[in-house]
Design a protein around this ligand. Structure first.
Ligand SMILES: Nc1nc2c(c(=O)[nH]1)N[C@H]1C(S)=C(S)[C@@H](COP(=O)(O)OP(=O)(O)OC[C@H]3O[C@@H](n4cnc5c(N)ncnc54)[C@H](O)[C@@H]3O)O[C@H]1N2
Ligand code: MOO
Length: 393
Protein backbone atom coordinates (compact mmCIF):
# COMPACT_ATOMS: atom_id res chain seq x y z
CA UNK A 1 0.00 0.00 0.00
CA UNK A 2 2.83 2.38 0.89
CA UNK A 3 4.07 1.95 -2.66
CA UNK A 4 1.03 3.74 -4.05
CA UNK A 5 1.98 7.17 -5.36
CA UNK A 6 0.88 10.32 -3.58
CA UNK A 7 -1.58 12.52 -5.47
CA UNK A 8 1.17 14.89 -6.55
CA UNK A 9 3.49 12.14 -7.73
CA UNK A 10 0.70 10.47 -9.65
CA UNK A 11 -0.30 13.65 -11.48
CA UNK A 12 3.30 14.62 -12.12
CA UNK A 13 4.02 11.19 -13.61
CA UNK A 14 0.87 11.38 -15.72
CA UNK A 15 1.78 14.81 -17.10
CA UNK A 16 5.21 13.51 -18.12
CA UNK A 17 3.42 11.13 -20.50
CA UNK A 18 0.59 13.33 -21.71
CA UNK A 19 0.82 16.08 -24.33
CA UNK A 20 -2.60 17.76 -24.36
CA UNK A 21 -3.66 18.75 -27.86
CA UNK A 22 -6.62 21.05 -27.53
CA UNK A 23 -7.58 23.52 -30.23
CA UNK A 24 -8.40 27.18 -29.72
CA UNK A 25 -11.29 29.46 -30.64
CA UNK A 26 -11.73 33.22 -30.87
CA UNK A 27 -14.69 34.58 -28.92
CA UNK A 28 -16.14 37.97 -27.90
CA UNK A 29 -14.51 39.34 -24.76
CA UNK A 30 -17.85 39.64 -22.96
CA UNK A 31 -18.22 35.85 -23.19
CA UNK A 32 -14.70 34.94 -22.10
CA UNK A 33 -14.85 35.08 -18.31
CA UNK A 34 -13.31 31.93 -16.82
CA UNK A 35 -11.91 30.76 -20.16
CA UNK A 36 -8.21 30.00 -20.57
CA UNK A 37 -6.24 32.41 -22.70
CA UNK A 38 -4.52 30.74 -25.66
CA UNK A 39 -1.78 33.33 -26.26
CA UNK A 40 -0.20 36.45 -24.79
CA UNK A 41 -1.71 39.82 -25.53
CA UNK A 42 0.00 43.22 -25.39
CA UNK A 43 -1.78 46.52 -25.32
CA UNK A 44 -2.22 48.18 -28.70
CA UNK A 45 -3.14 51.40 -26.95
CA UNK A 46 -1.41 54.03 -24.90
CA UNK A 47 -3.88 55.48 -22.34
CA UNK A 48 -4.11 58.38 -21.99
CA UNK A 49 -2.79 58.94 -25.47
CA UNK A 50 -1.28 62.33 -24.58
CA UNK A 51 -2.24 63.17 -21.01
CA UNK A 52 -5.26 63.80 -18.80
CA UNK A 53 -6.30 65.60 -15.66
CA UNK A 54 -5.89 63.59 -12.47
CA UNK A 55 -8.92 65.24 -10.85
CA UNK A 56 -11.71 67.76 -11.40
CA UNK A 57 -10.07 71.17 -11.64
CA UNK A 58 -8.60 73.85 -13.85
CA UNK A 59 -5.61 73.43 -16.10
CA UNK A 60 -3.08 76.26 -15.85
CA UNK A 61 0.32 77.26 -17.22
CA UNK A 62 2.98 76.52 -14.60
CA UNK A 63 5.09 79.35 -16.06
CA UNK A 64 2.48 81.79 -14.68
CA UNK A 65 3.72 80.83 -11.19
CA UNK A 66 7.48 81.07 -11.88
CA UNK A 67 7.74 84.46 -10.10
CA UNK A 68 5.39 83.56 -7.27
CA UNK A 69 1.61 83.68 -7.00
CA UNK A 70 0.19 85.74 -9.97
CA UNK A 71 -2.85 88.03 -9.80
CA UNK A 72 -5.39 85.45 -10.89
CA UNK A 73 -8.36 87.82 -10.49
CA UNK A 74 -7.62 89.13 -14.00
CA UNK A 75 -7.25 85.71 -15.56
CA UNK A 76 -9.25 85.01 -18.67
CA UNK A 77 -10.87 81.60 -19.19
CA UNK A 78 -9.40 79.49 -22.00
CA UNK A 79 -6.45 81.86 -22.17
CA UNK A 80 -4.90 81.71 -18.68
CA UNK A 81 -6.76 78.62 -17.53
CA UNK A 82 -9.39 76.12 -18.68
CA UNK A 83 -11.67 73.56 -17.06
CA UNK A 84 -10.14 70.09 -16.91
CA UNK A 85 -12.07 67.37 -15.08
CA UNK A 86 -10.85 63.90 -14.07
CA UNK A 87 -9.65 62.02 -17.15
CA UNK A 88 -10.09 65.03 -19.49
CA UNK A 89 -7.49 65.99 -22.03
CA UNK A 90 -6.75 69.75 -22.29
CA UNK A 91 -4.95 72.06 -24.75
CA UNK A 92 -1.17 71.90 -25.01
CA UNK A 93 -0.57 75.43 -23.68
CA UNK A 94 -1.56 74.20 -20.20
CA UNK A 95 0.63 71.78 -18.25
CA UNK A 96 -0.62 71.68 -14.64
CA UNK A 97 -3.98 71.06 -12.94
CA UNK A 98 -5.30 72.66 -9.73
CA UNK A 99 -8.07 70.89 -7.78
CA UNK A 100 -11.47 72.54 -8.08
CA UNK A 101 -11.73 72.66 -4.26
CA UNK A 102 -8.94 75.31 -4.29
CA UNK A 103 -10.63 77.42 -6.98
CA UNK A 104 -13.33 80.11 -6.64
CA UNK A 105 -14.61 81.51 -9.92
CA UNK A 106 -15.03 85.30 -9.64
CA UNK A 107 -18.29 86.89 -10.90
CA UNK A 108 -16.79 88.91 -13.76
CA UNK A 109 -13.89 86.76 -14.86
CA UNK A 110 -10.75 85.50 -13.18
CA UNK A 111 -10.40 83.10 -10.26
CA UNK A 112 -9.30 83.10 -6.66
CA UNK A 113 -6.88 80.31 -5.77
CA UNK A 114 -6.61 78.96 -2.24
CA UNK A 115 -3.14 77.42 -2.46
CA UNK A 116 -0.49 77.09 0.25
CA UNK A 117 2.23 77.07 -2.39
CA UNK A 118 2.67 77.49 -6.12
CA UNK A 119 1.85 74.36 -8.15
CA UNK A 120 4.78 72.35 -9.47
CA UNK A 121 4.86 71.86 -13.28
CA UNK A 122 3.01 68.68 -14.21
CA UNK A 123 1.15 68.49 -10.88
CA UNK A 124 -2.35 67.03 -11.23
CA UNK A 125 -1.59 65.62 -14.70
CA UNK A 126 -1.62 61.96 -15.67
CA UNK A 127 1.09 61.47 -18.24
CA UNK A 128 0.81 59.60 -21.53
CA UNK A 129 0.55 55.84 -20.85
CA UNK A 130 0.11 56.27 -17.11
CA UNK A 131 -3.05 54.09 -17.17
CA UNK A 132 -1.77 51.67 -19.80
CA UNK A 133 1.29 51.80 -22.04
CA UNK A 134 1.45 50.49 -25.58
CA UNK A 135 2.85 46.93 -25.45
CA UNK A 136 2.08 46.43 -21.73
CA UNK A 137 1.47 42.72 -21.15
CA UNK A 138 -2.27 42.26 -20.58
CA UNK A 139 -2.64 38.46 -20.27
CA UNK A 140 -0.46 35.40 -20.84
CA UNK A 141 -1.13 32.02 -22.39
CA UNK A 142 -2.70 29.79 -19.72
CA UNK A 143 -4.19 32.64 -17.68
CA UNK A 144 -7.74 32.17 -16.47
CA UNK A 145 -9.53 35.22 -17.84
CA UNK A 146 -11.20 37.36 -15.21
CA UNK A 147 -13.56 40.33 -15.57
CA UNK A 148 -10.60 42.58 -14.72
CA UNK A 149 -8.10 41.13 -17.16
CA UNK A 150 -10.81 41.19 -19.84
CA UNK A 151 -11.36 44.92 -19.28
CA UNK A 152 -7.63 45.36 -19.87
CA UNK A 153 -8.01 43.61 -23.21
CA UNK A 154 -10.87 45.95 -24.11
CA UNK A 155 -8.80 48.99 -23.11
CA UNK A 156 -5.85 47.56 -25.03
CA UNK A 157 -7.92 47.68 -28.22
CA UNK A 158 -9.32 44.14 -28.48
CA UNK A 159 -12.94 43.01 -28.77
CA UNK A 160 -12.28 39.28 -29.15
CA UNK A 161 -9.83 36.91 -27.48
CA UNK A 162 -8.34 33.58 -28.49
CA UNK A 163 -9.04 30.96 -25.84
CA UNK A 164 -8.43 27.24 -25.42
CA UNK A 165 -11.35 25.15 -26.65
CA UNK A 166 -13.60 23.84 -23.88
CA UNK A 167 -12.46 20.25 -23.25
CA UNK A 168 -15.14 17.74 -24.16
CA UNK A 169 -15.62 15.52 -21.14
CA UNK A 170 -17.50 12.27 -21.55
CA UNK A 171 -18.77 10.41 -18.48
CA UNK A 172 -19.48 6.71 -18.82
CA UNK A 173 -21.23 5.13 -15.81
CA UNK A 174 -20.71 1.39 -15.52
CA UNK A 175 -22.36 -1.21 -13.32
CA UNK A 176 -25.28 -3.61 -13.81
CA UNK A 177 -26.67 -2.53 -10.44
CA UNK A 178 -27.11 1.08 -11.58
CA UNK A 179 -30.46 2.56 -12.56
CA UNK A 180 -31.33 5.97 -14.00
CA UNK A 181 -32.56 8.60 -11.54
CA UNK A 182 -36.35 8.48 -11.42
CA UNK A 183 -36.48 4.68 -11.76
CA UNK A 184 -38.15 3.01 -8.72
CA UNK A 185 -35.51 1.39 -6.54
CA UNK A 186 -35.62 -2.38 -6.34
CA UNK A 187 -33.47 -4.83 -4.45
CA UNK A 188 -29.81 -4.80 -5.44
CA UNK A 189 -30.13 -1.63 -7.48
CA UNK A 190 -28.52 1.74 -6.92
CA UNK A 191 -29.32 5.12 -8.44
CA UNK A 192 -26.70 6.60 -10.76
CA UNK A 193 -25.83 10.00 -9.26
CA UNK A 194 -22.14 10.49 -10.03
CA UNK A 195 -22.84 11.56 -13.61
CA UNK A 196 -24.92 14.52 -12.47
CA UNK A 197 -22.32 15.43 -9.85
CA UNK A 198 -19.58 15.48 -12.48
CA UNK A 199 -21.74 17.38 -14.96
CA UNK A 200 -22.80 20.06 -12.47
CA UNK A 201 -19.31 20.64 -11.06
CA UNK A 202 -17.33 20.41 -14.28
CA UNK A 203 -19.77 22.59 -16.22
CA UNK A 204 -18.98 25.34 -13.71
CA UNK A 205 -15.33 25.02 -14.74
CA UNK A 206 -16.44 25.51 -18.35
CA UNK A 207 -16.31 21.87 -19.45
CA UNK A 208 -18.58 20.56 -22.16
CA UNK A 209 -19.86 17.43 -20.37
CA UNK A 210 -21.79 14.55 -21.93
CA UNK A 211 -23.14 11.77 -19.71
CA UNK A 212 -23.63 8.49 -21.55
CA UNK A 213 -26.25 5.85 -20.70
CA UNK A 214 -25.30 3.27 -18.07
CA UNK A 215 -23.08 0.53 -19.41
CA UNK A 216 -23.78 -2.85 -17.83
CA UNK A 217 -20.98 -5.08 -16.59
CA UNK A 218 -20.03 -6.86 -19.78
CA UNK A 219 -16.51 -6.78 -21.11
CA UNK A 220 -17.35 -6.32 -24.81
CA UNK A 221 -20.04 -3.68 -24.30
CA UNK A 222 -17.70 -1.76 -22.03
CA UNK A 223 -14.87 -1.94 -24.55
CA UNK A 224 -17.20 -0.74 -27.32
CA UNK A 225 -18.58 2.04 -25.15
CA UNK A 226 -15.07 3.27 -24.27
CA UNK A 227 -13.83 3.37 -27.86
CA UNK A 228 -17.03 4.98 -29.16
CA UNK A 229 -16.85 7.58 -26.39
CA UNK A 230 -13.23 8.37 -27.24
CA UNK A 231 -14.31 9.54 -30.72
CA UNK A 232 -15.99 12.57 -29.19
CA UNK A 233 -14.04 13.05 -25.95
CA UNK A 234 -10.95 14.99 -24.95
CA UNK A 235 -11.19 13.48 -21.46
CA UNK A 236 -13.06 10.26 -20.71
CA UNK A 237 -14.25 9.37 -17.22
CA UNK A 238 -15.29 5.77 -16.76
CA UNK A 239 -17.07 5.37 -13.47
CA UNK A 240 -17.06 2.15 -11.41
CA UNK A 241 -15.29 -1.15 -11.73
CA UNK A 242 -12.00 0.21 -10.41
CA UNK A 243 -11.36 -2.33 -7.68
CA UNK A 244 -11.29 -6.07 -7.20
CA UNK A 245 -14.89 -7.13 -7.76
CA UNK A 246 -15.86 -9.99 -9.99
CA UNK A 247 -17.32 -7.55 -12.49
CA UNK A 248 -14.66 -4.83 -12.16
CA UNK A 249 -13.78 -4.98 -15.86
CA UNK A 250 -12.83 -1.35 -16.31
CA UNK A 251 -9.49 -1.51 -14.61
CA UNK A 252 -8.33 -4.55 -16.62
CA UNK A 253 -9.60 -3.16 -19.89
CA UNK A 254 -7.80 0.13 -19.39
CA UNK A 255 -4.61 -1.63 -18.40
CA UNK A 256 -4.73 -3.64 -21.62
CA UNK A 257 -5.73 -0.84 -24.01
CA UNK A 258 -3.73 2.10 -22.68
CA UNK A 259 -0.30 3.43 -23.59
CA UNK A 260 0.10 4.69 -20.02
CA UNK A 261 -1.59 3.24 -16.95
CA UNK A 262 -1.46 3.82 -13.23
CA UNK A 263 -3.80 2.21 -10.70
CA UNK A 264 -4.16 3.46 -7.15
CA UNK A 265 -3.25 6.51 -5.14
CA UNK A 266 -2.18 7.02 -1.54
CA UNK A 267 -5.35 8.87 -0.59
CA UNK A 268 -8.77 7.69 0.58
CA UNK A 269 -11.53 7.61 -0.38
CA UNK A 270 -10.76 7.08 -4.03
CA UNK A 271 -7.73 4.83 -3.55
CA UNK A 272 -8.34 2.56 -6.61
CA UNK A 273 -8.55 5.44 -9.13
CA UNK A 274 -6.98 4.74 -12.52
CA UNK A 275 -5.27 7.38 -14.65
CA UNK A 276 -4.52 6.12 -18.13
CA UNK A 277 -3.93 7.31 -21.69
CA UNK A 278 -5.67 5.83 -24.72
CA UNK A 279 -5.12 7.52 -28.10
CA UNK A 280 -3.21 10.18 -26.13
CA UNK A 281 -6.41 11.10 -24.28
CA UNK A 282 -6.80 10.84 -20.52
CA UNK A 283 -9.11 8.01 -19.51
CA UNK A 284 -9.82 8.09 -15.80
CA UNK A 285 -11.45 5.27 -13.95
CA UNK A 286 -13.32 7.02 -11.19
CA UNK A 287 -14.17 4.74 -8.26
CA UNK A 288 -17.93 4.17 -7.90
CA UNK A 289 -18.67 5.17 -4.29
CA UNK A 290 -19.88 8.80 -4.44
CA UNK A 291 -17.47 9.98 -1.73
CA UNK A 292 -14.57 8.48 -3.68
CA UNK A 293 -15.82 10.07 -6.91
CA UNK A 294 -15.98 13.51 -5.24
CA UNK A 295 -12.48 13.14 -3.81
CA UNK A 296 -10.83 12.15 -7.09
CA UNK A 297 -12.76 14.87 -8.89
CA UNK A 298 -11.49 17.50 -6.40
CA UNK A 299 -7.78 16.73 -6.36
CA UNK A 300 -7.29 14.81 -9.61
CA UNK A 301 -9.72 15.49 -12.42
CA UNK A 302 -9.83 19.21 -11.67
CA UNK A 303 -6.04 19.47 -11.92
CA UNK A 304 -5.98 17.40 -15.09
CA UNK A 305 -8.84 19.37 -16.66
CA UNK A 306 -7.00 22.68 -16.28
CA UNK A 307 -3.70 21.07 -17.29
CA UNK A 308 -5.37 20.12 -20.59
CA UNK A 309 -5.64 23.85 -21.26
CA UNK A 310 -2.12 24.69 -20.11
CA UNK A 311 -3.35 26.21 -16.87
CA UNK A 312 -3.38 25.53 -13.13
CA UNK A 313 -6.58 24.55 -11.36
CA UNK A 314 -8.03 27.41 -9.31
CA UNK A 315 -8.82 26.70 -5.65
CA UNK A 316 -10.37 28.72 -2.84
CA UNK A 317 -7.99 27.68 -0.07
CA UNK A 318 -8.60 29.24 3.29
CA UNK A 319 -7.35 28.60 6.81
CA UNK A 320 -10.21 27.41 9.02
CA UNK A 321 -10.47 26.02 12.55
CA UNK A 322 -11.17 22.29 12.81
CA UNK A 323 -14.04 21.71 15.24
CA UNK A 324 -13.38 18.04 16.06
CA UNK A 325 -10.28 15.90 16.35
CA UNK A 326 -9.70 13.70 13.29
CA UNK A 327 -7.23 10.87 13.23
CA UNK A 328 -5.79 10.37 9.76
CA UNK A 329 -6.12 7.26 7.63
CA UNK A 330 -2.87 5.49 8.53
CA UNK A 331 -0.51 5.42 5.55
CA UNK A 332 -3.08 7.20 3.36
CA UNK A 333 -3.86 10.86 3.03
CA UNK A 334 -7.48 11.49 3.91
CA UNK A 335 -9.88 13.54 1.81
CA UNK A 336 -12.00 14.94 4.61
CA UNK A 337 -15.31 16.50 3.71
CA UNK A 338 -16.19 19.58 5.78
CA UNK A 339 -19.08 21.82 6.70
CA UNK A 340 -17.57 25.30 6.57
CA UNK A 341 -19.40 27.96 8.54
CA UNK A 342 -18.75 31.38 9.99
CA UNK A 343 -19.22 32.25 13.66
CA UNK A 344 -18.16 35.51 15.33
CA UNK A 345 -16.02 36.42 12.33
CA UNK A 346 -14.08 33.13 12.35
CA UNK A 347 -14.51 30.34 9.78
CA UNK A 348 -14.78 26.80 11.16
CA UNK A 349 -14.63 23.43 9.44
CA UNK A 350 -16.72 20.64 10.92
CA UNK A 351 -15.45 17.26 9.71
CA UNK A 352 -18.02 14.62 8.88
CA UNK A 353 -17.49 11.16 10.32
CA UNK A 354 -18.51 7.66 9.29
CA UNK A 355 -21.46 8.03 11.69
CA UNK A 356 -23.00 10.85 9.68
CA UNK A 357 -25.57 9.76 7.13
CA UNK A 358 -24.98 10.51 3.48
CA UNK A 359 -28.07 12.69 3.51
CA UNK A 360 -26.55 14.82 6.28
CA UNK A 361 -23.16 15.03 4.62
CA UNK A 362 -24.66 15.99 1.28
CA UNK A 363 -26.91 18.57 2.90
CA UNK A 364 -24.12 20.45 4.67
CA UNK A 365 -20.83 19.60 2.96
CA UNK A 366 -19.45 22.70 1.22
CA UNK A 367 -15.71 22.13 1.44
CA UNK A 368 -12.92 19.70 2.13
CA UNK A 369 -9.41 19.43 3.38
CA UNK A 370 -6.76 16.78 2.74
CA UNK A 371 -5.20 15.47 5.94
CA UNK A 372 -1.72 14.00 5.70
CA UNK A 373 -1.05 10.35 6.36
CA UNK A 374 0.00 9.18 9.83
CA UNK A 375 -1.11 12.38 11.52
CA UNK A 376 -3.89 13.37 13.87
CA UNK A 377 -5.49 16.74 13.67
CA UNK A 378 -6.74 18.16 16.95
CA UNK A 379 -9.96 20.06 17.46
CA UNK A 380 -9.15 23.78 17.53
CA UNK A 381 -6.16 23.54 15.19
CA UNK A 382 -5.99 25.52 11.94
CA UNK A 383 -6.27 23.56 8.70
CA UNK A 384 -6.30 24.56 5.05
CA UNK A 385 -9.75 24.06 3.53
CA UNK A 386 -10.91 24.40 -0.05
CA UNK A 387 -14.45 25.42 -0.86
CA UNK A 388 -16.49 23.08 -2.96
CA UNK A 389 -19.43 25.05 -4.21
CA UNK A 390 -21.59 27.35 -2.14
CA UNK A 391 -20.09 30.26 -0.31
CA UNK A 392 -19.60 30.10 3.45
CA UNK A 393 -22.43 31.49 5.60
N1 LIG B 1 -12.20 -6.68 -1.56
C1 LIG B 1 -12.06 -5.40 -1.85
N2 LIG B 1 -13.15 -4.67 -2.06
C2 LIG B 1 -13.04 -3.37 -2.33
C3 LIG B 1 -11.75 -2.79 -2.39
C4 LIG B 1 -10.62 -3.61 -2.21
O1 LIG B 1 -9.46 -3.17 -2.26
N3 LIG B 1 -10.82 -4.91 -1.95
N4 LIG B 1 -11.67 -1.44 -2.65
C5 LIG B 1 -12.78 -0.67 -2.16
C6 LIG B 1 -12.61 0.71 -2.52
S1 LIG B 1 -11.45 1.56 -1.63
C7 LIG B 1 -13.42 1.33 -3.40
S2 LIG B 1 -13.29 3.04 -3.60
C8 LIG B 1 -14.43 0.62 -4.16
C9 LIG B 1 -14.28 0.92 -5.66
O2 LIG B 1 -15.42 0.51 -6.29
P1 LIG B 1 -15.53 0.42 -7.86
O3 LIG B 1 -14.91 1.58 -8.50
O4 LIG B 1 -15.04 -0.90 -8.28
O5 LIG B 1 -17.07 0.63 -8.08
P2 LIG B 1 -18.22 -0.43 -8.14
O6 LIG B 1 -17.82 -1.66 -7.46
O7 LIG B 1 -18.70 -0.50 -9.50
O8 LIG B 1 -19.29 0.32 -7.23
C10 LIG B 1 -19.05 0.59 -5.87
C11 LIG B 1 -20.28 1.33 -5.30
O9 LIG B 1 -20.44 2.57 -5.92
C12 LIG B 1 -21.73 2.69 -6.49
N5 LIG B 1 -21.67 3.43 -7.75
C13 LIG B 1 -20.98 3.07 -8.84
N6 LIG B 1 -21.16 3.96 -9.83
C14 LIG B 1 -22.02 4.86 -9.35
C15 LIG B 1 -22.62 6.03 -9.91
N7 LIG B 1 -22.35 6.40 -11.18
N8 LIG B 1 -23.44 6.77 -9.15
C16 LIG B 1 -23.69 6.40 -7.87
N9 LIG B 1 -23.15 5.31 -7.28
C17 LIG B 1 -22.34 4.55 -8.01
C18 LIG B 1 -22.11 1.26 -6.76
O10 LIG B 1 -23.50 1.11 -6.92
C19 LIG B 1 -21.56 0.58 -5.55
O11 LIG B 1 -22.42 0.74 -4.44
O12 LIG B 1 -14.30 -0.77 -4.01
C20 LIG B 1 -14.13 -1.18 -2.66
N10 LIG B 1 -14.15 -2.61 -2.57
O1 MOO C 1 -10.82 4.45 -1.62
MO1 MOO C 1 -12.30 3.74 -1.41
O2 MOO C 1 -13.65 3.42 -0.43
O3 MOO C 1 -11.91 4.24 0.25
O4 MOO C 1 -13.06 5.13 -2.02
Amino acid sequence: MDKLPTRNKLLHHFYEHWRPQLGTETIPIDEAEGRICAKSYQSGNQIPLVRSSAFDGIAVKSASFSDGMPDTSVWIKDQDFCRADTGDDFPDEFDTVIRIEAVTFLPESGVKLDLSKEPVPGEGVRTSGSFMSKNDELVKEGDILTPLSLTSLLAGGYTTVEVKARPRVVFLPTGSELIKPGTPLTRGKNIETNGSLIKMIMSKWGADVTCLPICYDNHDSLRNAIFTALDSADILIVNGGSSKGNEDFTVHLLEKESSFFTHGVRCVPGRPAVFSLIQDKPVINLPGPPAAALAVLSWGIKDLYYHAMGSDAPHSYQEVILTETVSGAGPFDLYQRLFLYKKDGQIYGKPFSMKDSNAEVNQYCNGYTILHSDQSYLAGSPILADRLFSSVR
